[in-house]
Design a protein around this ligand. Sequence first.
Ligand SMILES: [Zn+2]
Length: 197
Amino acid sequence: MDDSLNNDLPLDEDLTLPGITEGEILVIRSTRRKKSSSAYRQGGRIVISIPARMSKAEESQVVPELIAIIRAREAAKTPQESELAIRIDQLLSELAPEITERPLSVTWRPMRERWGSCTTVDRTIRISDRLALAPSYALDYVLFHEAIHLRHHDHGAEFTEILARFEDSELASAYLDGYEAAERALADPVELKKLRK
Ligand SMILES: [Zn+2]
């Protein structure tokens, strides 16, 4: 075997970093970057661009720091769970006063496959954290949808009639569809390294 062929292979496949416990993190080693690093949100991912020549030791310091900054900024713009519960109460009072049930808890969850879920037995509502920075009409639409499930378990005629009272439902559906289409379009580029949880 010709050892010189190995020179083109990645040197280090151990990509586990401390402080990363959720979500997907993509680290790009950019040959255009000399010293600076940057991070930004792309759909459900945080993408981090670091200089190609950065050492593994430095990477394991810089990457968690950038992730923490991004998450702190997002947290500042994200409605509190208590605000979600208040919003559900407002939406039901205004649009569906016949539904008197209220959730016992409303929580953000890292859900990638669904926008929200409602468990009627314990009256808990979970909202995908992909909506954390969504426009209010899209978040309201999902909150209202799940809140109707407190009374109507399926998507039958009664459910549909109540949901239709939400004015911006077409706009909200378009936002959610567009978000999902963008996520599907974000195929993993081959030059990116994906970090495991
Ligand atoms: Zn539903």
